[in-house]
Design a protein around this ligand. Structure first.
Ligand code: 5AD
Ligand code: SF4
Length: 447
């Protein structure tokens, strides 16, 4: 590679999960701390970071086509933007990317992005730089201050996964489960609130596997962390995602009944309603065990909204087994859900299992599952009409005096009035659509 002038502008493009969104924000902060500015909308950046996701299908192909597009746009303008590939595709396929895409100057894995500034120096000097080490959580100590942020902020508390579900690449790309220390999380939460956050969503691939020691040296789980965060003045709402059924504790369930700032929402993926499929997935729970857990959450917090993830067409899944998934969906009554066609991931055990399901069968099952989930989501929203709740104002709408915020149950709510982003506004939910509701303002609640 040739030497290049130090970049003046950057753009970070994040794909995939919320943790990638968080990582993307932190990379942006890191670049801003180097004096690089975000590229104005519609303009090419001198440095483009592709923060990639590897969880499903054709992720790498997408990266190569994005790289192609950036190079082409640079050629047209007679410049050579610096391209960095970050995230889980970088971790899984970093060497191939370096070999196949000469335009890429940097490859950086999800556990190494705190070293971006040094890598950037090398790239500017004409040396291609790759770092896919997995140092234990060191990156968080090496990241700069949080910038001014919106009212709803993410905070990564735990990374990695030891569960090894047989379809999933996460244990390979994000590494073993690691919890960030209690004190540094409380510290970052304080800084997020100081920077404008009213809601914090605690993130982890298995967020409820988080463990640590509180200020008194006592062992605490996620519920202990939540209880401590709830004492932060200025912080109004706490959420967490994504949870694993095997790591649900009595304390976490109890917290839903006891901590007012903990929102009545639970994202607890089940993946399938068939015990045979769950075993083949190495999920360590049965359909019934999952349902009993939900009952306990509902006992603690009767209005809790349930969300989940499903995979259809896991190798060997029969029509009868898929019917068990539909049955489970009917039993739960989800408020919202994510559902995916099984996608064989290189290096995972399921990718070489017998009985790979034909694409048209997967399409058909996904369609039927999504029809059921959409029906339940609409029903959940319709049942919310008439409720009064606080809405956290997140952004302006298109019409004057129109705002968009989130209900405690994570529904999008539109309403009108004179408000500001970050306000908590008391509304009555008056009309429901499949993806959002309309609210009538009762009175502002104080932030
Ligand atoms: N194919 C399809 N979906 C997958 N997920 C994880 N790995 C795969 C895969 N190989 C889904 C799971 C998980 C969500 C984040 O992505 O449902 O909960
Ligand atoms: Fe992947 Fe399973 Fe770990 Fe979730 S629990 S990240 S699905 S291996």
């Amino acid at each position: 590679m040739q030497t290049s002038p130090p970049p003046r502008t950057y753009r970070v493009k994040s794909f995939g999960c919320q943790m990638n969104v968080y990582d993307g924000e932190r990379m942006a902060e890191l670049l801003a701390a180097q004096g690089i500015s975000p590229a104005p909308e519609g303009e090419d950046a001198d440095l483009v970071v592709l923060n990639t996701c590897h969880i499903r299908e054709k992720a790498a192909e997408k990266v190569y086509s994005d790289i192609g597009r950036i190079v082409k746009s640079g050629d047209k303008a007679g410049r050579k933007p610096l391209i960095a590939v970050a995230g889980c595709v970088a971790q899984a396929e970093g060497e191939e990317i370096m070999a196949r895409a000469p335009a890429v100057g940097m490859v950086v894995g999800p556990q190494a992005y705190h070293r971006l500034p040094e890598m950037l120096e090398r790239a500017v000097a004409g040396e291609r730089a790759s770092d896919t080490d997995m140092p234990a959580i060191a990156k968080f100590d090496a990241l700069p201050e949080r910038r001014k942020i919106g009212p709803s902020a993410f905070l990564t508390v735990q990374e990695g996964c030891d569960k090894f579900c047989t379809y999933c690449v996460v244990p390979y790309t994000r590494g073993a489960e690691i919890s960030r220390p209690f004190a540094s999380l409380i510290d970052e939460a304080h800084r997020l609130v100081d920077a404008g956050a009213r809601e914090i969503t605690l993130l982890g691939q298995n967020v409820n596997a988080w463990s640590g020691e509180d200020a008194a040296g006592r062992a605490v789980g996620l519920d202990g962390l939540i209880r401590e965060l709830a004492t932060l003045p200025g912080l109004q709402r706490i959420r967490y995602t994504t949870s694993h059924p095997a790591d649900v504790t009595d304390g976490l369930i109890a917290a839903h009944g006891e901590v007012a700032k903990l929102m009545p929402f639970l994202h607890l993926p089940v993946q399938s309603g068939s015990d045979r499929v769950l075993r083949a997935m190495n999920r360590s729970h049965t359909a019934d065990g999952y349902l009993r857990l939900l009952d306990r959450f509902r006992d603690a917090r009767p209005d809790i909204a349930i969300s989940g993830d499903f995979i259809v067409g896991f190798p060997g899944e029969t029509e009868a087994e898929f019917a068990d998934t539909l049955k489970l969906v009917e039993t739960v009554g989800y408020a919202q859900c994510f559902s995916f066609k099984y996608s064989p991931r290189p290096g995972t055990p399921a990718a070489t299992m017998d009985g790979q399901v034909a694409p048209e069968v997967m399409d058909d099952r996904l369609q039927r599952l999504q029809a059921a989930l959409n029906r339940d989501q609409s029903a959940f929203n319709a049942a919310s009409v008439g409720k009064r709740c606080a809405v956290l104002v997140e952004r302006k709408g298109k019409k004057p005096r129109q705002w968009l915020g989130k209900s405690p149950w994570l529904q999008s709510v539109w309403f009108e009035g004179d408000h500001a982003i970050g306000d908590l506004v008391e509304v009555e939910l008056v009309e429901a659509g499949p993806n959002s509701l309309a609210g009538r303002v009762l009175q502002p609640v104080h932030a």
